[in-house]
Design a protein around this ligand. Structure first.
Ligand code: F6R
Length: 607
């Protein structure tokens, strides 16, 4: 949510910062801007909308200088206009900010009272004008920055540059990610290691409450009261080339095709194929003795968690509480200390999930996070991290990270069940075999491309769509509905199929297609009865099933997609792939901006 990039060095800053923003555009694309120091003066270029608009502005009006900061915005306060675009600047300072300054109204009033004039509707401009005020009072850049940071409440990652101070950049973080990159005679700041990947692999992840003073010679870390602190340098594994589209039309299409690969890679980490056992990393607690699990996450990651709940309850016989993180963080549930907190997040930076993690940790819950970005803030605050080895996910709509999360949750379930004595060796071998079979079964799903595109033509004409599923297929239906809403802007709702008759069935007519996930599992007959009820009322059924369910589904469905039949346990993982593909094909037909749907951003670092 908003991306920040900055450089101090010897080279022309603008192209370096611009390339960093390209890699951060998934974090927001409401506007973009860059500021540099040109002959010691602050200069900036900004444009509403996507980064390409900024590219045109820069073409017409280039921005010289070797010290620069840039920003790609997901609007919180103030419309996505050029005027509200970052950097915010005065003649003394330019700043970029990711997050929300919660006390900005108070600070704005104070600054206006001393004569500072605001030009935007943003909370972020407060930072620029407060630093500017302190500079005007005669403080140096570091002192002005620290004095300002001491007043800010909320969440922020900030980068600042100062007129007359070539080769100086100050950064700060509190509840929003920021990383420092080390080059050869040049230094960088970025919201994540992806932004810095082509520039350097040497990175320091800042801690909350850190300020950093950066010059081409290095970085000096301190707390907001100026006390020096030491922060470790790490080497990232990210390679610069890992984010091309590789000939696919969109990142989402490419990432959909990576499902088999990422499931396989994730299994490689957690499964011993020879003994058909799950091998989790050492944990500072015993899975056998956790009294219950609490699962929390947002969006798609939450639906993955819901499937995890079905598994943990059924196979490990572990009581599970689950809620979206934005609710969990304020719910204050009574929890026995020593419970297991399972946090699921692709980015590891989602503000609500991070806050829920912290509130669970305060209740002495063991924190186990399932994360794709293993250097993220959540990773650093968890007792155990189980990585989803999905690689960078660039499309704003999550796809491959979801099946990787399910793969990890499946392995966690098996390990927990074994520890609790609810799964014997033969049982574990059978479930692991089903998991090991998944990458090739997932690859088979792509042979159904034509059938999915046929269904997409029906769905693309609809204004409303219902998604149905039972048991672990219910969260699959929710994932399908979310993906459709998100990228095609068609209204979709998911229901547990058995709930239809308690209300939603009244919506059914020929204009509301029903997309159902109905593989041949123990709930197949029940689901089919619910689908019959919908058909009897004129519903048009588009059904995802498998080879064992195909005959009976074909008798009632207007159209169907037949997947390979797999073990019940892994069926939700396989069935997710075609519902995501359907949303993708509908979005392509509708001509929407598939990878960067309106109003959204990946990595939601504000509450
Ligand atoms: C949906 C989607 C979002 C994310 C959610 C959580 O396609 O991408 O719903 O799943 O914002 O993000 P992470 O997993 O980064 O915590």
């Amino acid at each position: 949510m908003c991306g920040i990039c900055g450089v101090v060095g010897l080279r022309h800053a603008t192209p370096i910062v611009f390339e960093g923003l390209r890699r951060l555009e998934y974090r927001g694309y409401d506007s973009a801007g860059i500021a540099t120091l040109a002959n010691g003066r602050v200069e900036r270029r900004r444009a509403a909308g996507k980064l390409d608009n900024l590219a045109h502005v820069l073409e017409e009006n280039p921005l010289p200088g070797t010290t620069g900061i840039g920003h790609t915005r997901w609007a919180t306060h103030g419309a996505p206009t050029t005027c509200n675009a970052h950097p915010h600047s005065t003649e003394r300072v330019a700043i970029v900010h990711n997050g929300i300054i919660e006390n900005f109204e108070t600070l704005r009033r104070e600054l206006e009272a001393v004569g500072q004039v605001f030009h935007t509707e943003t909370d972020s401009e407060t930072i620029a004008l407060m630093v500017d005020y302190h500079l005007a009072q005669g403080l140096g850049p570091k002192e002005a920055a620290l004095k300002t940071l001491q007043r800010l409440e909320g969440a922020y990652a900030i980068a600042m540059i100062f007129a007359g101070h070539e080769g100086l950049m100050i950064g700060a973080r509190h509840n929003a990610p920021l990383a420092v990159g080390y080059g050869d005679g040049e230094m960088f700041l970025g919201s994540d290691s992806l932004a810095l990947a082509p520039l350097t692999r040497r990175i320091t992840y800042m801690d909350d409450g850190d300020c950093v003073v950066i010059t081409p010679a290095g970085a000096e870390f301190m707390t907001f009261d100026g006390t020096p602190v030491t922060r470790k340098e790490q080497t990232t594994a990210l390679v610069a080339g890992a984010i091309g589209k590789d000939g696919y039309r969109h990142y989402m299409e490419k990432e959909l095709h990576e499902h088999p690969l990422v499931i396989g890679q994730t299994l490689q980490r957690l499964v011993d194929p020879a003994s058909r056992t799950v091998v989790l990393p050492d944990m500072p607690f015993d899975l056998a003795s956790v009294p219950r699990a609490v699962i929390t996450a947002c969006g798609s990651a939450f639906y993955a968690g819901m499937i995890g709940r079905y598994w943990l309850e059924d196979i490990a016989r572990l009581p599970v509480d689950i809620d979206v993180a934005s609710e969990m963080r304020y719910r204050n549930p009574p929890l026995t200390s020593g419970s297991l907190g399972v946090l699921v997040s692709q980015s590891g930076e989602t503000a609500d999930t991070l806050a829920a993690l912290r509130s669970l940790r305060e209740k002495a819950v063991h924190i186990l996070s399932i994360l794709n970005v293993e250097q993220s803030t959540m990773a650093r605050e968890s007792a155990v991290v189980l990585g989803t080895v999905a690689g960078p996910e660039i499309s704003v709509a999550s796809t491959k990270a979801f099946t990787a999360q399910l793969t990890v949750l499946a392995c966690l379930t098996i390990a927990t069940a074994r520890a609790r004595g609810t799964l014997d060796t033969a049982g574990e071998e059978a479930l692991v075999a089903a998991l090991l079979d998944l990458p090739s079964r997932a690859a088979d799903v792509f042979t159904s491309g034509d059938a999915i595109r046929r269904m997409a033509r029906v769905v693309a004409e609809a204004r409303d769509v219902l998604y149905l599923g039972r048991g672990s297929m219910f969260p699959v239906a929710m994932e399908g509905a979310l993906k459709l809403k998100e990228i095609s802007y068609i209204h979709a709702e998911a229901y547990a199929a058995g709930e239809m008759k308690h209300g939603p069935i009244s919506l059914i007519d020929r204009t509301v297609p029903i997309v159902a996930s109905a593989p041949y599992t123990p709930l197949f007959d029940k689901t089919l009865s619910n689908l019959q009820e919908a058909k009897a009322r004129g519903g048009r059924l588009l059904v995802f099933t498998d080879t064992k369910g195909a005959d009976r589904v074909s008798a009632i469905a207007e159209d169907m997609v037949v997947l390979p039949h797999v073990h019940d346990f892994v069926a939700p993982i396989l069935q997710t792939i075609p519902v995501q593909m359907l949303a993708y094909e509908v979005a392509v037909l509708k001509g929407t901006d598939v990878d960067q749907p309106r109003n959204l951003a990946k990595s939601v670092t504000v509450e």
